[in-house]
Design a protein around this ligand. Structure first.
Ligand code: ZN
Length: 873
């Protein structure tokens, strides 16, 4: 791979060809494929060191042209190339194989040898814990065989696998098994067929010594589907929750979207080395083991919820992704935004919808908002990329889901469902676009959605200013709304966007809904909305349920927010009032102003004491905004001042509400009870513990150690340890040691041990993290382990932004080292360094220096180069 610095070489030597690593791919350049591949036969002779892959493609010229057949490869060398059984001339153009094919149809055969054990990128065919598995999305298939590796080429697959039977007793791929047998020398083989044409990114293969948790599901039309979750034998007892989640997801998609599963077999495999969460390969989903394995002793309630969410997400892709796929990678949100919206709705239906909405909005604000206001901002449907792996972002996934949610809000559930029915019917078996999706919704509903499409093309988070004037004499309230979107890279001038705002007025005195909820569509730069018959001073309840992914600046007094926190009839708006109340105090505190915490303490006390609210909601409502979210509100970010302000408020609440918090912390639920009430009780318990420790460190340490020692589940244990790691004293050291010793042979729990320490709110966290990187249990080659240390540390706002710059250097060292092994994972660690514009000059300069050091590293991957160079701006 070419040195990244050839980009500057090219400036002085214009005759040098551009480095293939820096080519920018543009959406406007899309052209249909020159050749189609209706069928492919693959033949694998599997082995960890060297695997032989023979491929037989039936190719068809697509349209009237005389361009050659170009098959994408990535680090492949052809051992033989045959066209219709004959040797023909061929050439390599960079990594690709190019063949001049005379007729309009041909059978093209290639043979390559690949090396799974040496594959540290975890793309293509690789080895993990003694097994072999694949990851092909987005462009991994070209690391297995030569192929037009783009999502608009759909093929029917027939796959033969052969391997040593003792080491690889289980052989799986997409579709259904059709034949199998034994060979001499302890070898065996199996042949499978997938009846559904699919793009190459959905191909999957697994070979290993795995055991199944088997079950079945009968679909709404009465077909029986065999389900299996494949894991190492020792992990079998931890697969029941994933299986229950799968069956619930299958039933939900039938009930809510009318979508039924289509093969006789549905397999899930758990692997411990995986770049992402999981992958929706047709009939053979491959999962990061973190999203499969759970029991109450080793997994937290959050882990349980994540497993249900990800199992459902990948299952839902069978329709939104597999049956209807994407035309090109610019349309990625077509499947991801929609599927995230589907999994969010599923989780909302399985538990508390209000709490789920709060959690989703929190993560949107924590991850997507900063992305949208920084150097890596891009539209939900991007216009260009260098490396598509860098675009599996919160914008594509989560803002994409918000976009679909707005369409759902505007159309209503019934018309939305008519639209998705039409979409699935119209595009079944096709590779579609975001425009196709909107068109189907429009055609089925009769509603013109053209104005909404700007949400696909315009990046940046809109800011909405809202202000209400009340005229008691005439009984009218006037709501003034104003919107703007700040410039983002490549988009200096922004247009107004259609923003659906669920809005109501709450009576200041009565606390009642005095103007019932209406959906206001703000689609002009400024708009005025009048409410008549308003009989008392109104409080503004706006963007209820977070109906639009925007920042609302409503000038509301602490008194108004306190009142709304107590009486707003929309639970999300109530949560929001608490958060706004806290945010006002935190930003004022960070600017060095005196603050009066009493209104917030009263509101939190009311929340805790309410009989009407469930404990999970209480926990969410009283949690203080994270430091990174507070930073988003500051002109110039001062991490120390933000930390100090937040600590002061935590202390004030811990002291002001010690009786209520102590009661909440004392409430327990049996570890194996995963009802919403039990989970909420545990959540509130640890949130309360954190405030108690803020009010009195010694008492907090004592209580935390007791919670840790007596816990019968991982949620209570981890919640206690999360408080202890930020404190001083022997309780901390003892608990960390006990935790590691007890769980040292469970990699997913060891990940927690690293993550907790990387998230610690301590002055010496940077040093601790540097030390942990030298711990024998630390390894960069496992993505979960790398993320648990480096990823969590980079999100620890105060510690990462240590004035010494040591945190920045640590992260850059990690990125440079990881890039040699796994560019995708290295590149995902870059964004926190791109926040440099927001900080005071010294930190800002240090962050830039580190980005420059990364960009200047020789043999840097395209992935990391793109993220680091764009972060420099
Ligand atoms: Zn997905």
């Amino acid at each position: 791979m070419a040195d990244v610095r050839t980009i500057t070489d090219a400036e002085t030597a214009p005759e040098a060809p551009p480095s293939p690593t820096h080519v920018t791919i543009r959406r406007e350049d899309y052209r249909p494929p020159d050749w189609l591949v209706p069928e492919i036969h693959l033949d694998f002779v599997l082995d960890t060191e060297s695997t032989r892959v023979r491929a037989r493609l039936s190719v068809e010229r697509n349209g009237d042209h005389d361009r050659p057949l170009r098959l994408a490869g990535d680090a492949l060398t052809p051992l033989s190339v045959l066209v219709d059984g004959a040797d023909v001339p061929w050439r390599m153009e960079g990594p690709d194989l190019v063949i001049d094919v005379a007729g309009d149809r041909a059978a093209v055969e290639t043979e390559v040898v690949i090396h799974p054990a040496a594959n540290t990128r975890l793309m293509g065919l690789y080895a993990s814990g003694g097994m072999l598995c694949t990851q092909c999305e987005a462009e991994g298939f070209r690391r297995i065989t030569f192929f037009p590796d783009r999502p608009d080429v759909l093929s029917r697959y027939r796959v033969r696998m052969e391997a040593d039977e003792a080491r690889f007793p289980i052989l799986l791929t997409n579709g259904n098994p059709v034949a199998s047998g034994r060979l001499d020398g302890g070898r065996h083989w199996a042949e499978w067929e997938d009846p559904f044409p699919k793009p190459s990114y959905l191909f999957a293969l697994v070979a290993g010594d795995l055991k199944p948790n088997r079950d079945s599901f009968t679909t709404m039309s009465g077909r029986k589907v065999d389900l299996a979750i494949w894991v190492r034998e020792a992990d079998l007892p931890k697969t029941d929750h994933a299986m229950e989640s799968l069956k619930a997801a299958m039933a939900w998609d039938e009930r809510v979207y009318g979508r039924e599963y289509d093969l006789d077999l549905f397999n899930i495999v758990a692997v411990s080395d995986f770049n992402m969460g999981a992958m929706e390969n047709k009939g053979l989903n491959i999962f990061n083991s973190a999203y499969v394995l759970a029991d109450s002793n080793t997994a937290t309630d959050v882990d349980f919820d994540n497993i249900a969410r990800v199992v459902a997400h990948e299952y839902f892709h069978n329709w939104s992704g597999d049956r209807v796929t994407c035309r090109d990678w610019f349309q990625l949100s077509l499947k991801e935004g929609f599927t995230v919206f589907r999994d969010q709705s599923f989780s909302a239906d399985m538990g508390s919808a209000a709490v789920k909405r709060i959690e989703d909005v929190r993560s949107l604000r924590m991850i997507q908002f900063p992305e949208d206001s920084g150097p890596l901002a891009h539209p939900v449907r991007p216009d260009s990329y260098m490396e598509i792996s860098n675009f599996y972002t919160a914008t594509i996934y989560n803002k994409g889901a918000e976009l679909i949610r707005m369409l759902h809000t505007v159309l209503g559930a019934e018309k939305f469902r008519a639209g998705t029915d039409l979409y699935f019917e119209r595009h079944d078996g096709e590779a579609a676009t975001c425009d196709d999706f909107v068109k189907a919704l429009e055609d089925a509903s009769g509603v013109d959605l053209s104005a909404f499409k700007i949400w696909y093309s315009q990046a940046g988070t809109p800011v909405v200013e809202a202000h209400v004037d009340y005229d008691a004499g005439s009984g009218t309230a006037t709501l003034e709304l104003e919107q703007r979107v700040a410039p983002t890279p490549g988009q200096p001038d922004k247009k107004p966007m259609p923003i659906p705002l669920r809005t109501a007025l709450i009576g200041e005195q009565s606390g009642a809904e005095i103007a019932s909820e209406q959906l206001i569509l703000l689609d002009e730069p400024r708009q005025t909305v009048r409410f008549d018959g308003v009989t008392e001073a109104p409080l503004l309840s706006i963007n209820r349920g977070f109906s639009a992914p925007v920042i609302v600046r409503a000038q509301r007094s602490p008194h108004a927010l306190e009142r709304l926190a107590q009486s707003d009839t929309d639970p999300f708006a109530r949560y929001e009032a608490m958060q706004e109340l806290a945010m006002g105090l935190l930003t004022a505190g960070a600017r060095g102003e005196e603050v009066d915490a009493e209104p917030l303490i009263r509101a939190a006390g009311n929340t805790l004491g309410s009989n009407a609210l469930d404990p999970a909601f209480k926990a969410e409502a009283i949690l203080l905004p994270q430091e990174a979210v507070i930073a988003e509100r500051m002109e110039v970010v001062d991490p120390d001042a933000i930390h100090r302000a937040r600590e002061q408020l935590r202390t004030a609440i811990g002291r002001g509400l010690s009786a209520e918090l102590t009661r909440a912390q004392a409430a327990t639920a049996p570890g194996t009870d995963h009802s919403p009430l039990a989970k909420g009780t545990r959540r509130l318990r640890s949130v309360a513990l954190n405030f108690i420790a803020g009010g009195d460190a010694a008492a907090g340490a004592h209580l935390a150690k007791a919670q840790f020692d007596t816990a019968d589940n991982m949620t209570d244990r981890q919640g206690a340890l999360a408080v202890l790691v930020s404190l001083e004293g022997t309780e901390r050291e003892d608990a960390l040691k006990a935790f590691f010793e007890r769980f040292s042979d469970d990699p997913l729990v060891v990940d927690k041990w690293f993550a907790l320490q990387a998230s610690a709110q301590r002055a010496d966290t940077v040093e601790q993290v540097e030390k942990l990187a030298r711990h024998p249990a630390f390894t960069m080659s496992n993505p979960n382990r790398l993320r648990s240390l480096a990823g969590n540390f980079s999100m620890n706002h105060w510690a990462f932004n240590d004035a010494s710059g040591r945190g920045y250097r640590f992260l850059a060292d990690m990125i440079i080292a990881a890039d040699k092994l796994n560019p995708q994972i290295a590149a995902r660690l870059v964004p926190p360094l791109g926040r440099w514009r927001r900080f005071e000059p010294v930190r800002s300069a240090t962050m830039r220096e580190q980005l420059e050091r990364i960009v200047g590293t020789s043999d840097l991957s395209r992935d990391t180069y793109e993220q680091a160079s764009k972060s420099l701006g």
